[in-house]
Design a protein around this ligand. Structure first.
Ligand code: FAD
Length: 414
C-alpha cells in the first residue's frame, strides 16, 4: 500500500490470509489477474490454517454421511495433486485403524469404510488398505496396547506442515504478481457506486481502498466485518473448537486412528515433525475467535483418551505445546454440531457491479479446488474466460517463505 492521499483501487480484495485467502490469490494470479490485494490482520496462516491436524485427506470419518461422499472424493483427488505439486511438503502417511475388542465401529463396518475410501480415490489411491499382523503393529506403533484390539487395518493418507503450505501458496502467488499486506485489519465495508470501500487499520492508522470484488476469507472471523458493516449474513455460521496437544515423539512410525468407546469420537495420534501430535476435541465455541485456547477439559480429554490406548502413560508435564483452532461452518439447521456437513459454501452479496463472496467451511486439503470454484465465479461475473493454472507445477514456487523453524515456539499462547 502507498500513503498517497488518492484512494487505491483493486479489482479484487481478499480479506484473510489463511489457506483459502492465499489460495484465491494464487488462483487469480495464475489466470493473469494481477490487480488484486490480500490483507491479513496478523501474519499469513496465523488463524485456523496453522492449527489443523495437518492431514491432507479425503476424511475417512466423513463417509458416515452419503451427502459428504463428494467432499471425500474431492479431498482424495486434491490429496494426490498436492503430493505432486508440493511433494516436499505433502507426504504419504501410513495410518493404523485398530478394531476395538469392545465397542466402537465393528470390523465389517471399518472394512466397508476403507474399501469405499479406496474406491473413491480410484487411480488417485496411495496404496490399497490391508489387514496387518500384530508384529507389524509393534514396529509401527510400539507402545499401542494390543490387548485392547482384535484386528488392525493399515491405510494411507497425506500429511503436511499446514503453515508451510500456506507460505508456499503465498510465495507462489507473490512470484506471479500477487500483493500481500500483513498486520492490517479490515474494519468495515461500505458499498459505493463502483463496488465497495474497505476501511483498513494499519497499526492505528486508518486508510480506505476501493474494489469491485471482495473475498471474505476470514474463516471464524468472517461475520465480524459483516456485522460491523451492517450486512446481514446469508448463512448462520458456527464455530466448533478442536484442540491438539504436542508431546515428545512416542516412537510412532505411522499414525493411529482411534475411537473413543464412550462418545464414539474419532481422534488421531500422529508422528509430526519429530514430535507426536494428539487431536482433536470437538466442542461448540461461541466467544470471540481471538479468545480460543486449549483449556483443562481439552487437555484432560486428550490425555485420558490417549493413555487408555498406549502403554506409555502421558502426564500433563509431557505436553510441549498445545493449540486450538475453530472449524467455521455454515450451520445445517437440521443437524447437530458433529453432523453439520464439512462441505464448503460460498455466499454472495451484490451491490451494483460489486460482489462480496464469503467462504464457509472448507478443508486445508481441498483449498485449491475451493479457490478455483471461487475464481471461476469472479472471472465469469467479470466476463473473462481465463482458466486457473494452480494445478500446474510451473505456477508453484519450489521454496517457502521464512517460517518459524521451531514447532514448539510456534504455538505459544494457544
Ligand atoms: C481443529 C481443526 C483441525 C483441522 N484439521 C484439518 C486437517 O487435518 N485437514 C484438513 O484438510 N483440514 C483440516 N481442518 C480445516 C482447515 O484447517 C480449515 O478449513 C482451513 O484452515 C480454514 O482456512 P481459512 O483460510 O478459511 O481460515 P483461517 O486460516 O482462519 O484464516 C482467516 C484469516 O483471516 C484473518 N483475519 C481475521 N479477521 C481479519 C480482519 N478483520 N482483517 C484482516 N484479516 C483478518 C486471520 O488473521 C486469519 O489469518 C481443521 C480445522 C480445525 C479447526
Amino acid at each position: 500500500m502507498t500513503s498517497q492521499s488518492q484512494q487505491e483501487r483493486y479489482r479484487v480484495v481478499i480479506l484473510g490470509g489463511g489457506i483459502h485467502g492465499v489460495g484465491v490469490l494464487h488462483d487469480l494470479v495464475s489466470r493473469g489477474w494481477k490487480d488484486n490485494l490480500l490483507i491479513d490482520k496478523g501474519t499469513l496462516g496465523c488463524g485456523t490454517s496453522s492449527r489443523s491436524t495437518k492431514l491432507i485427506h479425503g476424511g475417512l470419518r466423513y463417509l458416515e454421511h452419503i451427502r459428504d461422499f463428494p467432499l471425500v472424493a474431492e479431498g482424495l483427488k486434491e490429496r494426490q495433486l498436492l503430493m505432486n505439486l508440493a511433494s516436499d511438503l505433502v507426504k504419504p502417511l501410513p495410518l493404523i485403524f485398530p478394531v476395538l475388542n469392545k465397542g466402537g465401529v465393528s470390523r465389517p463396518m471399518i472394512k466397508i469404510g476403507l474399501s469405499l475410501y479406496d474406491f473413491l480415490a480410484g487411480s488417485k489411491r496411495i496404496e490399497r488398505h490391508r489387514s496387518i499382523a500384530e508384529s507389524e503393529v509393534s514396529q509401527l506403533a510400539p507402545t499401542l496396547d494390543k490387548s485392547l484390539f482384535k484386528h488392525y487395518y493399515l491405510f494411507y493418507d497425506g500429511q503436511t506442515d499446514d503453515l508451510a503450505l500456506v507460505n508456499r501458496v503465498a510465495a507462489s502467488a507473490r512470484s506471479h504478481g500477487g500483493k500481500i499486506v500483513e498486520n492490517t485489519k479490515a474494519e468495515k465495508i461500505t458499498p459505493d457506486k463502483d463496488g465497495y470501500i474497505i476501511t483498513l487499520n494499519y497499526g492505528g492508522e486508518l486508510r480506505t481502498i476501493s474494489t469491485r470484488y471482495i473475498v471474505n476469507a476470514m474463516g471464524p472471523w468472517a461475520h465480524e466485518i459483516l456485522s460491523a458493516s451492517q450486512i446481514e449474513p446469508k448463512y448462520e455460521g458456527i464455530n466448533n473448537k478442536g484442540a491438539h496437544l504436542m508431546v515428545q515423539d512416542i516412537g510412532l512410525k505411522s499414525g493411529v486412528f482411534l475411537q473413543s468407546p464412550e462418545d464414539g469420537r474419532i481422534f488421531f495420534v500422529l508422528p509430526w515433525l519429530g514430535k507426536t501430535l494428539i487431536g482433536t476435541t470437538e466442542t461448540a465455541f461461541s466467544s470471540s475467535p481471538d479468545s480460543v485456547i486449549t483449556d483443562q477439559n481439552d487437555i484432560q480429554y486428550l490425555l485420558d483418551h490417549t493413555n487408555r490406548f498406549f502403554s506409555k502413560k502421558l502426564k500433563e508435564k509431557d505436553i510441549e505445546a498445545k493449540f486450538s483452532g475453530l472449524r467455521w461452518l455454515a450451520k445445517d439447521k437440521t443437524a447437530g454440531l458433529s453432523d453439520t456437513s464439512r462441505s464448503y459454501q460460498i455466499s454472495q452479496h451484490r451491490h451494483g457491479h460489486g460482489i462480496i463472496f464469503t467462504i464457509y467451511g472448507g478443508k486445508l486439503t481441498a483449498y485449491r479446488a475451493l479457490s478455483e470454484t471461487l475464481g471461476n465465479m469472479i472471472i465469469s461475473d467479470f466476463g473473462d474466460l481465463q482458466k486457473s493454472q494452480t494445478d500446474k507445477k510451473q505456477f508453484w514456487n519450489k521454496t517457502s517463505l521464512n517460517i518459524e523453524s521451531s514447532v514448539i515456539t510456534r504455538f505459544r499462547g494457544m
